[in-house]
Design a protein around this ligand. Sequence first.
Ligand code: SAH
Length: 263
Amino acid sequence: MSLTDMIASACAATPDFASGHVWLAGAGPGHPRYLTLEVADALAKCDCVVYDALVSAEVLALAGTAELHFAGKRGGKPSATQESITATLIELARAGRRVLRLKGGDPFVFGRGGEEAEALAKAGIPFRVLPGLTSSLAALASAHIPVTMRGISRSITLATGHAAGTPDDLDWRALARVGEPIIVYMGLKMIGEISRLLIEGGLSPETPTAVLMSATTPDERLLVATLATVEAEVQRQDFAAPALIVIGDIVSMRNVLNSGDGS
Ligand code: SAH
């Protein structure tokens, strides 16, 4: 069976991408090999794609002749407001287009997909949600860090570092007390503050900490440090967004798993 036939057969039972509908989809971590078959199929069927900055050019290239609408941040200009993005989705749907709203990773993991789905529901626009591989799962696989590991961890926290140090911030000290690994999205700028709060909360300054940058893309980079040294290492090695921070003993498993590296 060819890949095209496989996609067609896998998606045969999915609802029709009807005119005037919005499909809210995850493009995965970057490289097109991580697209789901359903999202690849939607890319081929849609009339227009409304995409974020984290959606790679390689993925967009699969949209063929569909009209492309950029809805992210570029060149230091402020990002499109959430209101203007939902207004665009509603306008395109009402004009009878098949709208693919494409986001990096999974639309419901720190992707504001919940807010967009809510706005579509309120406006009476029919929509579906197509999951994607969230960046942290792909990044950890590539770094040989198991997301959970018997004997080391019993839970995993996905946290956002976006609001670190603001009144809206989550309670990092409380997370430290849980003593289980933490994966931080959007945390690079505030990494100093986050490590300080976690150490104050009781995590050892020696806790293994990894930073995974641009996972699955040609710019992919990894650094491993400790909670106490990670901020300085990020600066010294000039790491930039998008990046994920992984804090906890699961990071040490790399040393064991690397010996089986087949890449
Ligand atoms: N919905 C997305 C997350 C959006 S928030 C998902 O499920 O992955 C944006 C943050 O995601 C970035 O700041 C970074 O922390 C992370 N991220 C997304 N793609 C990434 C990649 N390829 N490599 C490393 N981090 C990534």
